[in-house]
Design a protein around this ligand. Structure first.
Ligand code: ATP
Ligand code: MG
Length: 435
C-alpha cells in the first residue's frame, strides 16, 4: 500500500524542533506584551473578496498564490486560506468597532499563512508569521516604535548580521506623481523588461523595481527615485522616522527600490534581511498603510505594521545556537503487577506537585528501562518494584552521580521545594560540566 505523505510545501514541526518554535513564541509574546500590544486571533479562512480588496488584485499574492475554494454553502461563495495576517486583523478591527475605543490599538498575531508558491528553503506553502499592527496613529513615532520592536525581537533571539532597508513611498498624491515619472522612464525599455514586469507596466509599475530579473534590475537602477517625488510633508515624516531610528541606535540603509505597489501603502516601508538565508533573505517586512482601513470600509485610520516569517527566523536560530529540548525531572521505571499498577498514581502525584515525570510503560526488564532512563535526560530515575510498592517506598537514583537512596513515597511528596532545589542544583552542575 502506498503511504500518504504531507502535502508539498507543508512541513511537520517535529518534537526536536519545537523548542525553537516555543522559544520564538515566548520571546515574541514577552516583548510584544511589554510594549502594550494585545494578541488577536482571527480565522484562518476569510471571504476571498477581503484579500482581493485588502492585498490588491494586481499583486502576486492575490493573482497567483492564493488557496481559494468554495465550501458547501448555496449559493456557492469563494473562500480563501489567509495568505497574510493584516487583512483579517483590519476586518476584525472594523467589524468589532475596535476603533470606537479611541486612541491607538496595538495588536499582534501569530499563526499559519498559506501561499501557493514554489517550495524551497525558507519558502513554503503553509508557513508561519508573527506580526503586529499599530492602528490609529499617523505619528512618525509609531513607525519608529514598530521598527524598534522588530529589531528588539530579533536581537533578543541572539540574531546578528541583520540589515534593515528603509524607504518612503510617500502619500497617494506623491505616488501617483512618481508612478507617472516611472512609467515615462520605463516605457522605452518595455521590450527589454522580463514578462512579469511588462505586465506590471500598466497595472502595478512600482513593483517592477522589485523584480529579481537581472536585466530589469539593471534598467531599474537608473530609474527616477521615489525620494525625489515626496511632498515636503512626506519628506518631513520620513526624516523624523530616520531621526528617531538614529536616536534609538537602530542602523538602516536607504533603498529607494524598496516599494510596495499598492495604493493604501503610504510613507515608511522597511525590510529586515539576513546574509545567512540565501535567496530567501527577508525575515521581516512592514510599513505604513494609512489607506487600508478605509479601503475595507472602516473609518479613515492611519496604521503601520510588520510581519516576521518564522521558518526563516528559525533557520537563522538553528545556525546561531542549539536550543536544548526539554528533559523530565524524573523517569519512573517499574516492574511487577503491583508496582505497575501503582506507578501511574505516583507519577500523577509527582506531576501535581509540580514535577515533570516520564513513565515507562514497557514492563520490560529493569536493565532495559534503566537504559531508557539514561537516554531521557532525566535528573533522577525512580525505581518501583513490587517490594517498594508493597512498602509504599521508591528507590531514588540520581543519574548524574549514580547515588541511590530508598525513600518513602510520602516523604518524596512531602517536601517538593527541597526536591525542586536539589533538581535545580543537579541541572546547573550538569549544564556547567557540558560547557
Ligand atoms: P518574499 O519576497 O520572500 O516572497 P513577501 O514580500 O512575499 O516575501 P511578506 O508578504 O512581506 O513577504 O511577508 C512577510 C514575511 O513572511 C517575509 O519577509 C518572509 O519572512 C515570510 N514569508 C512570506 N512568504 C513566505 C513563504 N512562502 N514561506 C515562508 N515564509 C514566507
Ligand atoms: Mg512573496
Amino acid at each position: 500500500m502506498t503511504t500518504i505523505q504531507a502535502v508539498r510545501g507543508t512541513r511537520d514541526i517535529l518534537p526536536d524542533q519545537v523548542s525553537y518554535w516555543q522559544r520564538v513564541e515566548t520571546t515574541a509574546r514577552d516583548i510584544l506584551t511589554k510594549a502594550a500590544y494585545r494578541e488577536i486571533r482571527t480565522p484562518v479562512f476569510e471571504l476571498t473578496s477581503l484579500f482581493e480588496r485588502g492585498i490588491g488584485e494586481a499583486t502576486d499574492v492575490v493573482g497567483k498564490e492564493m488557496y481559494t475554494f468554495h465550501d458547501r454553502d448555496t449559493p456557492p461563495r469563494s473562500l480563501t486560506l489567509r495568505p497574510e495576517g493584516t487583512a483579517g486583523v483590519v476586518r476584525a478591527f472594523i467589524e468589532n468597532s475596535l476603533f470606537a475605543q479611541g486612541g491607538v490599538q496595538r495588536l499582534w498575531y501569530k499563526g499559519p499563512m498559506f501561499r501557493y508558491e514554489k517550495p524551497q528553503a525558507g519558502r513554503q506553502r503553509q508557513f508561519h508569521q508573527v506580526g503586529l499592527e499599530l492602528l490609529g496613529s499617523p505619528n512618525p513615532r509609531a513607525d519608529a516604535e514598530v521598527i524598534a520592536i522588530a529589531t528588539d525581537l530579533l536581537q533578543s533571539l541572539g540574531l546578528r548580521d541583520l540589515q534593515m532597508r528603509l524607504n518612503s513611498v510617500g502619500d497617494r498624491v506623491d505616488r501617483q506623481r512618481y508612478r507617472d515619472a516611472l512609467v515615462a522612464y520605463l516605457t522605452p525599455f518595455q521590450a527589454d523588461l522580463d514578462p512579469d514586469s511588462q505586465n506590471r507596466l500598466t497595472r502595478n509599475p512600482l513593483r517592477i523595481l522589485d523584480s529579481k530579473d537581472a536585466r530589469t534590475q539593471q534598467i531599474a537602477q537608473n530609474a527616477p527615485s521615489i525620494l525625489d517625488h515626496l511632498s515636503p510633508e512626506s519628506q518631513r515624516h520620513f526624516e523624523q522616522v530616520q531621526q528617531l531610528l538614529t536616536d534609538l541606535d537602530i542602523a538602516y540603509q536607504l533603498d529607494p527600490c524598496l516599494v510596495r505597489g499598492l495604493d493604501y501603502y503610504t510613507h515608511t516601508a522597511f525590510e529586515i534581511q539576513s546574509d545567512h538565508l540565501g535567496a530567501q533573505a527577508t525575515v521581516c517586512g512592514g510599513g505604513r498603510y494609512d489607506g487600508l482601513v478605509s479601503e475595507l470600509g472602516g473609518p479613515e485610520t492611519p496604521a503601520v505594521g510588520w510581519a516576521i516569517g518564522l521558518e526563516r527566523l528559525i533557520l537563522l536560530l538553528q545556525q546561531a545556537q542549539p536550543v536544548p529540548t526539554s528533559q523530565p525531572d524524573f523517569y519512573l521505571v517499574c516492574r511487577g503487577e503491583k508496582a505497575e499498577a501503582q506507578s501511574l498514581v505516583l507519577a500523577q502525584k509527582l506531576r501535581h506537585a509540580g514535577f515533570s515525570v516520564d513513565l515507562d510503560l514497557s514492563g520490560s526488564p529493569f536493565g532495559k528501562q534503566f537504559k531508557r532512563a539514561d537516554r531521557s535526560g532525566a535528573v533522577a530515575c525512580l525505581v518501583l518494584g513490587d517490594a517498594e510498592a508493597e512498602a509504599k517506598t521508591v528507590q531514588v537514583k540520581w543519574l548524574q552521580s549514580g547515588e541511590q537512596q530508598p525513600m518513602s513515597q510520602a516523604d518524596l511528596l512531602a517536601m517538593p521545594e527541597i526536591l525542586r532545589s536539589e533538581i535545580t542544583v543537579v541541572r546547573q552542575v550538569t549544564a556547567h560540566d557540558s560547557v
